[in-house]
Design a protein around this ligand. Sequence first.
Ligand code: AMP
Length: 280
Amino acid sequence: MFYLLKYFIQMKILLRNSDLNEAILGSTNVGFVPTMGSLHKGHISLIKKSLINCNKTIVSIFVNPTQFNNKKDYKKYPRNIKKDLKILKRLKVNFVYKPDKNEIYNFKNKIKAKLSKKDKILCAKYRKGHFEGVIDVMTRLTKIVNPSKIFMGEKDFQQLFLVKNHIESNFKSKVILCKTVRDKNKVALSSRNLLLSKKDLIKAGKITKELFLFKKKLSKKNITKNLILIKKNKLEKLYNINVEYLEIRNKKNLQLSNKIKDSKIFFAYYLKNIRLIDNF
Ligand code: AMP
């Protein structure tokens, strides 16, 4: 009976904070999946985890302008709301929160996001203001939604690291880590992959496989700066790409590491003019 009831409950699309507050009033164990839309199987895995672990699931779709350090990048970010809503309906999420800029930014956020010097690494070093924008919007969204759990992907590891620290020290909400979902060529799914040609997506697959292999080889080695530099140069030459960073860092504190144990490879590069990131 309960199963049937759940099946017939309609997904609600909420545009305003007041509608959202009303809709979730009295709900407990609310799961929240923040996204920028153009949903793929990576997002879907987060949503499924929330549906299994929470009483109600809210998915937000909001392309946040303040986290783009480049206006062009914001404009060309893929948007596909019709398809997204179809996917979310099929998954039977309870609520889709689709605010406009005004709903998010019409109140003052007193919990300021400030990155310390040791945080200005990896993407924070190359995308000025990006994480300040991400942390600010995540603080606002957490205030509005007040979820028990927030589901976020390991694909954006540094984002997860910074947001988890910030949110869990200011709110009761817990940030839950979700594994990276990859395509058949091992490329991490990303909305930005839609901007790549088929040929470039295949190339991205070859690059990804090479990095998995590199990690395997590193397990037997003492990692030196030179070893990493040689790999970076080789990748750039072989695939005609621009590597922004290739670094080995500890998983717990993101400090540079010279052993692969307890560490990850962090990688960002440009394939033509599309910026891709991954970690292994
Ligand atoms: P985005 O829409 O790109 O802002 O991503 C929304 C959430 O989905 C973030 O927590 C991402 O880390 C997560 N995500 C994006 N791609 C993947 C993926 N391939 N596997 C797992 N999670 C992902």
